[in-house]
Write a protein that binds this ligand. Sequence first.
Ligand SMILES: Cc1cc2nc3c(=O)[nH]c(=O)nc-3n(C[C@H](O)[C@H](O)[C@H](O)COP(=O)(O)OP(=O)(O)OC[C@H]3O[C@@H](n4cnc5c(N)ncnc54)[C@H](O)[C@@H]3O)c2cc1C
Length: 415
Amino acid sequence: MATRKVDYLLIGGGLASANCARWLREEGAGGEVLLVGREPDPPYNRPNCSKGYLRGEETREEAYFRPNEWWQEQNVELLTRTSVSALDVQSRTVKLSNKEEIEFDKALIATGANVRRLNVDGCELEQIHYLRTLGNADAIREGVADAEEVVLIGGSYIGCEVAASLTLLGKNCTIVMQEQATLERGFGARAGRFFQGLLESHGVRVHGGDELERFEGNGRVAKVVTRGGLELAADAVVIGAGVMPDVQLAQKAGLQIGERGGVRCSSRLESSVPGVFAAGDICEYDSVVHGGEPMRIEHWDVAFNHGKTAALNMLGRDLAHEEVPYFFSVLADWGELEYVGPAYEWDEEIVLGSIEDGAFTNWYLKDGVVRAALTFGRSDDLDHARRLLAGGVMLDEAERRGLRDRDTDLNTIGR
Ligand SMILES: Cc1cc2nc3c(=O)[nH]c(=O)nc-3n(C[C@H](O)[C@H](O)[C@H](O)COP(=O)(O)OP(=O)(O)OC[C@H]3O[C@@H](n4cnc5c(N)ncnc54)[C@H](O)[C@@H]3O)c2cc1C
């Protein structure tokens, strides 16, 4: 027997749930809204964890999605430090770790992702960190306080952003990664080399084409040994080896899981169970801006916008999620990249501006159609990229030439 019933149950205390709660109320939802999250903090912006908050430049509260009093003002009940331990889609009830059983009318599942852990010799040593939460950022900041040498495992966003932040804090940072160049998996070798050059120009050492073999130390980590034979001194290590969508609860409940490992959803973000929606990192939805292709994307803006679309659809609006996925990454105060896409494959890259001069847009095309754009210092190009991507127009030779010509009015391309 359920202890009580709510109209809207939001499972997971992250950005997607928080923005869903906001839009439910903004669009006039009456009734009870309950958000359940297992972390001690109210919903917050994770990007701060590798940037200003990690460097001690921002307070914890500055990372919060909304100030504490906002939740009361909106009449949204927030249960922190509480897990949803079971979801029963037949009886439309959940069990909570505080032993409560809640019945719901509509539910959102937005349980986010967990870091991928590397199980190598020495991985239990002290001062080996992962980064997902504010608590992890606290532990890293405290852990590197007396460190000189910090080794980052992984050359993607977390590795690069943390290397940049810790360099600003005066640490000697070294990245070890499988890729040849930082960030090349998402952006290709040429752009990857640019970002690596930017990091190196600020003193970050980068070892590509290599892999972690083991850690050594006595209680606390002292050395990183790689498969390629490097032995790197390390007073602390931060591992950024990707994340896995946290679909445990959804899977146990019998929700369909997709090929990209997420909760399989329609373009309306509704799961295989009517009235149960998914959003954010775990949501694998039919993306109308990608011709219906299933997408699962682990970025701030996507989680934010999913929260809104899910809220509107919980209110019966029947709207497809039509936002072109966008993301950003910040390397200390050295620069910020922005990207719309994503392109999982492409056969042509066209550069507008100059990669060498650090002001460029790199267009990614497949069969003559723009699939993605990466920009550094040319944000205004992004709206054109969104239009071209969503339009799916095949560009002719002259239009493709125009994409690299600074004098072209991008408005004229793909019309
Ligand atoms: C350090 C860091 C930096 C980042 N920087 C950027 C950036 O610069 N740009 C960018 O675009 N993206 C960035 N991201 C990614 C972005 O923050 C995520 O895509 C976004 O937070 C996903 O939101 P979400 O709501 O789907 O999941 P999450 O934010 O992961 O929230 C899910 C929450 O649900 C909780 N939960 C899970 N299971 C249960 C359960 N059973 N019961 C209750 N609660 C549960 C989890 O503990 C978690 O608090 C960054 C991520 C990290 C970790």
